[in-house]
Design a protein around this ligand. Structure first.
Ligand code: IPD
Ligand code: CA
Length: 272
């Protein structure tokens, strides 16, 4: 495939899954040889490895070969403006700290997006894939076509009771952001079943989508963290609120879960 003719979201999802598997299997192979930390980013604990960079090169090259007129926006610096109207938003390794420690929850996240003024980041995902090369799990979704795990339709738990909800969350890399996030977690924790911090927001969104946790929230996510996972969660039947509000110290935030749960979670986390 070398044409950039208009494609259906289903065909874009096929490209996303193929490329996510290509990069994911490569980073897993590289992990067996050890990890080279290439640089620190927003803080000393926010790192980029050589594998992040190689995976971003692999994903970008494969997408450009399949769809030469599309744009690509990547966590590790890729910023290609396309002419087709489609921009691929990619996270080559989501869960880089897990990767550093050889914890098996890291993912490759790839989403095809189109411009949409209704969204604060200006884009709406129409196809996406999140791949965990350690569990060999491929989550994928197509706009209006449902979400799947290894080809089988998935659905969230449907739990609407906060008190019995298992809630995943995540934390950013700067001390200032974590101070706010710790206050939010402390406010919410007494009112839920328990919390989980898996270390990859793309994976967290898929965990809600397939019912392994009831809900997920985080403030300060970047488009590459959530582009594919939020589509997968939505298509699985989750509600998502808040990602475009600016009430949490100027940071975008996201609450994901059953339609009857997300507002309760938002109130518990934000205290309003
Ligand atoms: C991080 C992970 C983490 C989330 C952070 C992200 P990275 O992405 O998704 O779970 O809590 O906000 O920055 O650095 O591993 O690509
Ligand atoms: Ca990320």
């Amino acid at each position: 495939m070398t044409s950039s003719a208009p494609l259906s979201p289903a065909l874009l999802a096929q490209i996303a899954t193929r490329v996510a598997r290509l990069a994911g299997d490569r980073i897993r192979e590289l992990r067996e040889q050890g990890v080279d930390v290439a640089a620190a980013k927003s803080s000393a604990v926010d790192i980029v490895t050589e594998a992040d960079r190689e995976a971003e090169r692999i994903v970008t090259a494969a997408l450009r070969e399949a769809r030469p007129d599309d744009g690509v926006l990547g966590e590790e610096g890729t910023g290609i403006t396309g002419t087709s109207g489609i921009t691929w938003v990619i996270d080559p390794i989501d869960g880089t700290v897990n990767y550093l420690y050889n914890l098996p929850m890291y993912t490759v996240s790839i989403a095809a997006t189109v411009p949409s003024p209704a969204y604060a980041d200006g884009r709406r995902a129409i196809a996406g894939a999140v791949y965990n090369p350690n569990s060999n799990e491929m989550f994928e979704a197509v706009d209006g076509g449902g979400a799947r795990l290894n080809g089988i339709r998935i659905a969230p738990t449907g739990n609407t009771e906060l008190a019995t909800s298992l809630v995943a969350t995540g934390f950013g890399y700067t001390a200032a952001r974590r101070t706010v996030q710790a206050e939010m977690a402390a406010r919410m924790l007494p009112g839920v079943r328990d919390i989980r911090r898996f270390g990859s927001a793309a994976n967290d969104l898929c965990m809600v989508a397939c019912g392994r946790v009831d809900a997920f929230y985080e403030i300060g996510l970047q488009p590459w963290d959530y582009a594919a996972g939020a589509l997968i969660a939505t298509e699985a039947g989750c509600a998502i609120i808040g990602e475009h509000d600016q009430q949490a110290p100027g940071e975008p935030f996201m609450f994901v879960g059953a339609p009857g749960l997300v507002h309760k979670l938002r109130t518990a986390v934000l205290g309003m």
